[in-house]
Design a binder for this molecule. Sequence first.
Ligand code: APR
Ligand code: ZN
Length: 369
Amino acid sequence: MSTRSVRAAVYRGVEKHVAVETLLLDAPRASEVRIRVRAAGVCGSDRHVVDGEWNVPMPAIMGHEAAGVVESVGAEVRNIAEGDHVVVAWHQACQRCAECASGAPWACRFVRSNDSMLPDGTTRWHDEDGAEMQPYLAVGAMSEYIVVPEFAAIPIPRDVPFPVASLIGCSVGTGYGAVVNNAKVAAGESAVVIGVGGVGLSIVAALRLAGASPVIAVDVSEEKLAQAVLMGATHGFLSDEHLAEKITKLTNGGANVAFEAIGRIATMELLPDLIRPGGRAVYVGLPPENTRVELDALQLAYDGKTIIGSNYGGLVPARDFPRIAQAYLDGQLPIESMIGANIALDDVDDAFRALRDGDNGRRVIVFDD
Ligand code: APR
Ligand code: ZN
């Protein structure tokens, strides 16, 4: 167990370009594990960074949706062993504060993942001259190997294919958690999802799993709506000025629950108009920093509507990732249908282009045997 050289996709601030470089990755420390990555999803957040829309510490090893096999473990690791198949959680909560202790790690204020640091404030990455490098969201998934804390590597059954497993760590987990943990959707409830990209499609699939009906997908792309129907939506509506009217009619007074999975002001403001009195409006999409929205306060109060914020799907990864994997194995979550193409690490720029152009389906980087 020692430092090893790895090939990884690195963003150095040249917009819309990541380069595959050879880097050095240290051995895992006492309570860390080193993982041989087998699949890494190319997610919308990675694209925000590579397109220069979000600033992160650089040079950044891109990617935060990873699945792979544990290659080596630190001296104090007890719960995972070499050879285990794992999904990685990018939100690495402190595990000690009041929020973490009460089962809400997503609310932890001491998370360093957004600063591209492991919980101890350091990283295990260097370039060949010894300069420290930053794994995006404390994962840096687009790399042959990664090091994460033991608690962020969640074992899953071996029969889950790695590309499917990688998506559980972010897009699928976020969508599932928004439905199950945040909105607590019950069987028979009516639901709307605005924006059916990677996250929205996962919400649709989780709504079907929860027994919601009807499940109405809304998007500006016919192709995305067709994909949503494949994932279990009962209706697909193009976004237009009659949307609220159409949904009110179809659901006989508004949906029980509506999700916004884009992060746009106009659709966030529309959301409460799509639900019935007593309904829930869930904000999943992330708008730019300091975004404010205008809502009809009297209507919210009078109709007893609830606005719910959803951060990383309210996930408790050690509890939820295995549940999601099992639902997939039971044929209840068609995660495979979300994958547009498996690609090689060297083709990562093209995967970002596909995401930018709104091509159907997620790209997943698959590493060779
Ligand atoms: N009305 C309806 N749908 C729209 C509109 C609109 N005005 N504008 C865009 N869309 C659709 C797009 O066509 C696309 O299908 O929203 C979807 C957005 O999906 P992606 O770009 O694939 O983004 P995704 O990865 O799903 O992330 C969505 O969730 O976690 C956050 O940071 C993430 O804020 C982002 C959001
Ligand atoms: Zn993501």
